[in-house]
Design a protein around this ligand. Structure first.
Ligand code: SF4
Ligand code: SF4
Length: 122
């Protein structure tokens, strides 16, 4: 089935608008964000274990936030001040070949960056 031309053009316009907004932002390329499940710690409650994890990552120069998943699982989001080596003043230097995780990322859905992601202007 052929996709109607106006839909193809609308998609291209959306991709270009996203690229423009990203070039004025680049926040998700400036740091490394990853979730770490809080492991059970002998003699500690979930809250105490979460605080211990936050202290650990903070002591290593990261920001860390305790969160609960939708399923009620305790995890810590670690925000490491490590910019991607492919980030340049003009944006991503491997943009056409960037990793799939970068292609799929949507900052509007990220609890840490949702307030700064410029895609909310779309
Ligand atoms: S946070 Fe959003 S607007 Fe900013 S670079 Fe990442 S995806 Fe683009
Ligand atoms: S590879 Fe490119 S898009 Fe992905 S984090 Fe690095 S600079 Fe950003």
């Amino acid at each position: 089935m052929t996709v109607p031309e106006e839909i193809v053009k609308a998609k291209q316009r959306l991709v270009k608008a996203k690229q423009r907004l990203c070039l004025g932002c680049l926040e998700c390329c400036r740091r490394l964000l990853f979730p770490v499940k809080v492991p059970p710690m002998l003699g500690k409650s979930d809250d105490e274990a979460t605080r211990a994890m936050i202290e650990f990552y903070t002591a290593h120069g990261c920001e860390a936030r305790g969160q609960l998943s939708a399923a009620g699982v305790a995890y810590v989001t670690v925000i490491a001040p490590v910019p991607c080596p492919h980030l340049t003043a003009g944006g991503c230097d491997i943009y056409a070949d960037r990793p799939d995780v970068c292609r799929r990322y949507d900052g509007r859905l990220d609890p840490v960056l949702k307030d700064v992601c410029r895609w909310k202007e779309l």
